[in-house]
Write a protein that binds this ligand. Structure first.
Ligand SMILES: [Fe+2]
Length: 359
């Protein structure tokens, strides 16, 4: 079976396009109980962008702190329940922030129409009904969450996405001016998530001409942004990074991620490590899987003088390492892609523990 992927319905790209948000939403405001729910990264509370958000008196705006942990099933259920009990069903959900806020907006949109806890729907095509209208405005680029058909949530049992056609945004607004203020280290970690998406997408059995075309273009942009003569955090590179993130996301959608993301999920689930950072921590030590990619990655780390701590595993208990390896082992789609469908003959749970001990 070949993948049948639903893309974003509408996309605006360009500097200053954030100011079109009001007119885009005006067409949708008469649906359901005629109000919008805005979920916004707490970082923007009190910042100039807050004043530019087109919030009407009837709307609900929530500023969410995503610094401490990745989105959880409990958090999504709470947002849904509190809005439904106070105001009813919104006309739409607007997410303004990084990958975590994108995932929260997508997940909440689905959970408004699907009963029970979001833990019931972690997996592929478990969602029963389409969600409500949802729009994403990324303010950090790299995770590809703006284009993916999954909303990754950490639950009591697993870190796994609500993955189906209805997860994909109805609309995204890509305004490169919004990513200009991303702190340097995070500009690097999140951009490297895109880079790693492409390297992993390219190196495995699900790679194909379609995913390759997106990865090739995204990698070209990543190299201009992070290793070329004109690399660095410039307006031109911010334009490129927004597009690279989108294309990296499309590449992995038609292919798959691999060893690095499998480890990264373990680091996030057990240690609460942020996705993009966890990827960088892991990728640095995966030269035997992605030789050229890891070499290039190390050059980029050096060039931008990024902090990437070493010897983290000396502080982890055997139980933690075993738990992380179990999370990793339970991502067969990633291992299928990276090592082949006979991956269980090539790598064991113990070997995966060994990969974590490298970090
Ligand atoms: Fe990723």
């Amino acid at each position: 079976m070949h993948k049948n992927f639903k893309g974003i319905e509408k996309t605006v790209f360009g500097r200053g396009s954030f100011d079109q948000l009001d007119s885009i939403l005006s067409e949708k405001r008469s649906d359901n109980n005629k109000f919008m729910l805005f979920v916004v990264d707490y970082y923007f509370k009190g910042k100039p962008l807050e004043k530019r958000i087109p919030v009407k008196p009837e709307d609900v705006i929530m500023f969410i702190d995503v610094d401490t942990h990745e989105p959880t099933t409990e958090q999504i259920d709470n947002i849904r329940d509190s809005v439904l009990s106070s105001k009813g069903l919104p006309a739409g959900v607007v997410g303004i922030g990084g990958g975590s806020i994108m995932d929260i907006a997508k997940a909440v949109s689905l959970m408004f129409t699907n009963e029970g806890s979001s833990t019931l729907y972690q997996g592929l095509n478990l969602i029963k009904k389409p969600g409500i209208y949802h729009l994403g405005v990324p303010t950090i680029s790299g995770t590809g969450a703006e284009v993916s058909m999954t909303a990754v949530l950490t639950g009591p049992e697993k870190k796994l996405g609500l993955k189906c056609e209805w997860t994909v945004f109805n609309q995204v607004v890509l305004d490169p001016e919004l990513i200009a203020s991303v702190p340097r280290n995070w500009w690097f970690y999140t951009g490297m998530d895109t880079y790693i998406h492409c390297i992993e997408s390219e190196n495995g059995i699900y790679n194909n001409a379609y995913s390759h075309a997106y990865a090739e273009q995204s990698l070209k942009l990543c190299r201009e942004i992070y290793s070329g003569e004109n690399s660095g955090q410039t307006p031109e590179n911010d334009d490129k990074l927004m597009v690279a993130s989108l294309m990296g996301g499309l590449s992995l959608t038609y292919s798959e991620v691999g060893v690095c993301h499998a480890l990264s999920y373990g680091l996030s689930k057990i240690l609460g490590m942020r996705h993009c950072y966890a990827n960088c921590v892991a990728f640095n030590h995966l030269g035997d899987y992605y030789n050229d990619g890891v070499k290039e990655f190390k050059d980029m780390v050096k060039k931008h003088k990024v902090d990437l701590p070493q010897n983290l595993s000396k502080d982890w208990t055997d139980e933690q390492i075993n738990a992380m390896a179990k999370v990793t082992y339970n991502l067969p789609h990633m291992w299928n892609h990276a090592l082949g469908t006979d991956w269980k003959e090539k790598i064991t749970l113990k070997d995966m523990e060994g990969l974590f001990r490298r970090l």
